[in-house]
Design a protein around this ligand. Structure first.
Ligand SMILES: *Cc1c(COP(=O)(O)O)cnc(C)c1O
Length: 387
C-alpha cells in the first residue's frame, strides 16, 4: 500500500479551453460568499468552579455547511483556481470521510463545476445526502485504505483535478492572517480580561487548522502555546513523539474528522508545543458534558478538544495559575445522533464514557483535579524552558 501522496497531476494545457474571465468570475463568487458571511462566535463557557481560568470555544458548527471544513473548502477552491488547476468545466475530485466533501460540494455548485467525492462505504447516509443536495456525486469504496489512490485514479479518468485536502490544507490557508481562524480568535478576544490565551487546543484530521494556528502564533510573536489532541487509532501522536513521519496505524479512527492512518502531509509538528492522545471513551464523556453545559449537541472531535482543554485547566489550577484557554467546536452533534449519542452504538464498540464523565463532571462542578492517565508529550524539538 503506497502511503505517500500521489504526485499532483497537472492538467493537460491543450485540453480544456482556458478562459481567464471564467476564473475571475469563480473567484469573485467565492469572495462574495465570504463577504455575506458573519464571523463564527467565540463562546465563553461559564465555569464558576474554575475562577481565574477563562474557557472559550470558537463555534465552527455554524458555517453554512456545518463544520470548520467550510473554511478549508473555500481556501482549497481559491488555491486551485488561482493556481490554474480548476478551469471552466474542470471536474473536481476529493478523498474525504465526509465533512470536507459536503463543504466542497457547496463551493463546486457555486462556481458550476462537477464534483465527485470518493469516500468509505461507511460514510453516514446524512453526509451522502448533503453532498447530493449540493449536486455532488458520491463514489463509495469498500477499502478505506485505498481512498487516496482511488481519488487520484478517478481524477485521471475524468481529466479532473484531485483537490487532495490532506496534502494541500496547510498551504491553501493564508497563515499570516486574511481573517484566518487564528486571527479571528485573537480579534474576538480583544475585550476579554485575559486576551492572550495560555493554550489553544485543536485536534488533527488534515492537520491544517493546527498548522495555521501554530504559524500565526509565531508570526505575531504570541506566547500562546498550541496543544494538539490526537485520538486512538491514529498515527499523529506517535509521529510527533518519535519524530518519524512514516509511522502508520491500521485500524481507522472512530472519531470522525480526526485521527488518520498516516501522518498526513498537512500536519506540521514543528509548530506544535505539545500533544495528548485521548481515549475514545473520554472523548465521548467530554462531548456529553459540553453538550449539557451548552444546551446544544456538539460532535465527537469537539469532545476530544474539550477533554484536552480540561486537562490543561486542571494542570493550571493545581499550579495556582490563572489564564485563558481556547478550543474549537468543530461540528454539531446532530450529525452523530445514531452514533456517539446512541448507547447501543457505544456498547457495540466497547466504549464506556461513564467513569470519565463522573470525574470530568466533578472537575467542572468543584475544581477537583483530574486524575485519569492520558498519554502526553511535549515537542521533543522545542525546549523553551517554560514547561
Ligand atoms: C477536519 C475536522 C477536524 C480536524 O481539522 P483539520 O484542520 O483537518 O486538522 C476536526 N473535527 C472535524 C469534525 C473535522 O471535520
Amino acid at each position: 500500500m503506497p502511503m505517500q501522496p500521489l504526485p499532483f497531476r497537472q492538467q493537460d494545457p491543450a485540453a480544456p479551453a482556458y478562459r481567464r474571465g471564467w476564473v475571475d468570475e469563480a473567484v469573485a463568487a467565492i469572495e462574495a460568499d465570504q463577504c455575506r458571511t458573519a464571523d463564527t462566535h467565540l463562546i465563553r463557557l461559564i465555569v464558576p468552579a474554575l475562577a481565574g481560568i477563562d474557557i472559550y470555544l470558537k463555534d465552527e458548527s455554524t458555517h453554512p455547511t456545518g463544520s470548520l471544513k467550510h473554511r478549508l473548502a473555500r481556501s482549497l477552491f481559491l488555491y486551485a483556481l488561482c493556481n490554474g488547476h480548476i478551469r471552466e468545466g474542470t471536474p473536481v475530485i476529493e478523498a474525504s470521510s465526509g465533512s470536507t466533501a459536503v463543504s466542497e460540494a457547496y463551493f463546486a455548485q457555486m462556481i458550476d463545476v462537477p464534483f465527485y467525492a470518493v469516500m468509505p462505504r461507511t460514510t453516514s447516509a446524512e453526509k451522502i445526502a448533503a453532498i447530493e443536495h449540493y449536486g455532488g456525486n458520491c463514489h463509495l469504496i469498500d477499502d478505506g485504505r485505498a481512498l487516496y489512490a482511488e481519488a487520484a485514479a478517478l481524477a485521471a479518468r475524468l481529466n479532473g483535478h484531485y483537490m487532495d485536502q490532506f496534502t494541500f490544507a496547510e498551504r491553501a490557508t493564508d497563515w499570516r492572517g486574511n481573517n484566518n481562524i487564528a486571527e479571528s480568535i485573537f480579534t474576538q478576544l480583544k475585550g476579554e480580561p485575559r486576551p492572550v490565551p495560555d493554550w489553544i487546543v485543536m485536534g488533527a484530521g488534515t492537520g491544517g487548522t493546527s498548522a495555521t494556528i501554530g504559524r500565526y502564533l509565531r508570526y505575531r510573536q504570541y506566547p500562546t502555546r498550541l496543544c494538539v489532541a490526537d485520538v486512538e487509532h491514529s498515527a499523529f501522536f506517535d509521529c510527533f513523539r518519535n519524530q518519524d513521519r512514516t509511522q502508520v496505524c491500521e485500524r481507522p479512527s472512530l472519531i470522525e474528522g480526526v485521527g488518520r492512518p498516516r501522518c498526513e502531509p498537512s500536519f506540521v509538528p514543528g509548530v506544535v508545543d505539545r500533544m495528548m492522545k485521548i481515549p475514545d471513551a473520554a472523548t465521548i464523556a467530554a462531548m456529553n458534558l459540553l453538550t449539557r453545559r451548552l444546551r446544544r449537541a456538539v460532535g465527537g472531535s469537539t469532545g476530544t478538544n474539550f477533554l484536552t482543554l480540561c486537562r490543561l485547566a486542571s494542570e493550571m489550577r493545581n499550579a495556582g495559575e490563572t489564564g485563558s484557554l481556547v478550543t474549537l467546536i468543530c461540528d454539531s452533534g446532530e450529525r452523530y445522533r445514531q452514533t456517539y449519542y446512541e448507547p447501543q452504538w457505544l456498547a457495540a464498540r466497547g466504549l464506556d464514557p461513564a467513569p470519565y464523565e463522573a470525574e470530568l463532571s466533578a472537575f467542572l462542578e468543584t475544581g477537583k483535579p483530574l486524575s485519569f492517565t492520558i498519554a502526553d508529550v511535549a515537542n521533543p524539538q522545542n525546549s523553551r524552558g517554560d514547561g
